[in-house]
Design a protein around this ligand. Structure first.
Ligand code: HEM
Length: 432
């Protein structure tokens, strides 16, 4: 590498360098070296091999981290998720505040596709950034932070002087009939939802945030999830779940601020002021018995959801986005959409709406049954858990035909903090 290239490289590595810039610099050095070895033809060949090093920074895949609301809630759903729940091991409030400050800086950098920390080439220290996303784009990475009930009080203890700030809404969910929750997929003091169009980018974010949290927070549980990629669905059709049905058809309109204020964002007067412009997150790790489902007749499958598998249309209608007609009967006088169909029961009288933002998961074999451990990492955002999620799940747990094919194995609730302005930190309103 020439002295000029060396200087260029060093200045790039000074602070939170763009991952593409590093690649560009490496390209410059590489060309220099290659020219020496193979002449001009070699340099051209290198540009062909590394076309990305020639391109300008692609800002289309960067979702702004700072703003009124946290990203990752109304953001168009990315291809992948890595969801992580942490237990806090910090012993005092200042340590906890520092953790949120450090996480904020790192999350903002990673959301822009930058490496974290001051890059160093000191070979006697571990690199600050773990490095597996070098050269990758930001891939629409969003990092969404939430706090769980146990951050406020645990075993009756006011751990960080936050007890008075605990929202009445933020408490464990009631036990629903048929719940089969396991400790290993349940609870958490803090959650971080990393979504990106690349799983390596999402996992890298959680891994590095966990690393920054060492000594202050430990991973309690984590789950990767996926849906069809945008590359695989150029028409951007509604993703299908592992039962083969379109999932995500009916949702509040994320582009309509009035609807978001009504159903998703916590409003002044709802509860503690520190959570205004935040949202409540419910996560349920729901195993789906895909082997049983695969032996079920198509008619039964469609009756289970109340929709046609192919088109995604409500039974008795033609197109996916047609309004379900819950009163419509066939020639035999039977409802097209049976009484126990998932969409009828979930819909109820239509007054409770939640923003569903779920992903499929597949986690090898369920050792207890010898079947796939696969299903839905169900995630919903809502302004109130008790008025929205709970009544829907109460109905579903009692009479949803889908219950024959699923079991809820994990559960947690979090208050997702409001967004943050540049210079501030996630959680600022909670601690001020
Ligand atoms: C493995 C579990 C689940 C699967 C496979 C599943 C799948 C589906 C599918 C295929 C639809 C119809 C298409 C659509 O509108 O997206 C639907 C609708 C819906 N689901 Fe689920 N779901 C599951 C669990 C849940 C849970 C736990 C809740 C909430 C407590 C829920 C709430 C809803 C709601 C509110 C709708 C829209 C109903 C309407 O048309 O108004 N689902 N779900």
């Amino acid at each position: 590498m020439t002295e000029r290239n060396q200087q260029e490289m060093t200045s790039l590595l000074k602070k939170q360098v763009s991952r593409r810039d590093v690649l560009k610099a490496a390209g410059i050095g590489g060309v220099g070296m290659l020219l020496g070895a193979t002449g001009v033809g070699g340099a051209i060949a290198l540009a062909d091999v590394f076309p990305s090093s020639q391109k300008k920074e692609n800002t289309n895949d960067i979702v702004p981290f700072y703003g009124k609301y946290q990203a990752g809630i109304t953001t168009e759903v990315q291809n992948h998720i890595y969801f992580a729940a942490f237990d806090v091991t910090a012993t005092n409030r200042n340590e906890l505040i520092q953790l949120f400050k450090d996480w904020t800086d790192a999350a903002a950098a990673m959301s822009e596709g930058k490496s974290i920390g001051d890059a160093t080439d000191n070979k006697f220290l571990p690199p600050v950034d773990t490095g597996e996303v070098a050269g990758l784009t930001a891939s629409n990475l969003t990092l969404t932070f939430g706090v769980g009930p146990t951050l406020f009080t645990k075993n009756g203890q006011d751990r960080f002087g936050l007890q008075k700030k605990q929202p009445a809404e933020l408490k464990d969910l009631p036990k629903f009939p048929l719940d089969s929750l396991e400790e290993q997929w349940t609870g958490g003091d803090i959650c971080i939802q990393a979504c990106a169009d690349d799983l390596q980018v999402a996992f890298h974010a959680i891994r590095n945030l966990a690393r920054i949290g060492r000594g202050k927070a430990v991973l309690r549980w984590g789950q990767a999830g996926f849906q069809r990629t945008k590359q695989a669905s150029p028409k951007n059709e509604t993703p299908r779940n592992l039962f083969g049905f379109k999932d995500g058809t009916v949702n509040p309109d994320v582009k309509d601020p009035a609807e978001m204020n009504k159903y998703v964002w916590v409003q002044p007067g709802d509860g503690p002021d520190w959570l205004v412009n935040g949202s409540y997150l419910v996560v349920r790790r729901i195993q789906m018995f895909i082997e049983v489902w695969d032996r079920t007749a198509l008619k039964d499958q469609e009756d289970t959801f109340g929709r046609y598998r192919d088109s995604g249309a409500p039974l008795g209608q033609k197109n996916e986005f047609d309004k379900p007609d819950f009163e419509k009967k066939n020639d035999n006088g039977e409802y097209y959409i049976p009484k126990t169909a998932h969409i009828r029961v979930a819909h109820g009288d239509g007054s409770q709406k939640i923003l569903r933002r779920s992903f499929s998961y597949a986690e090898g074999m369920d050792a207890k049954t010898g079947t796939f451990d696969a299903g839905l990492l169900f995630i919903s955002f809502q302004r109130s858990i008790s008025k929205q999620f709970v009544p829907i799940q109460e109905r579903l747990s009692q009479m949803d035909k889908l219950n024959e094919y699923i079991v809820h194995r994990g559960s947690a609730v979090f208050a997702c903090l409001p967004g943050v302005k540049k210079g501030g930190y996630i959680g600022e309103t909670l601690f001020s």
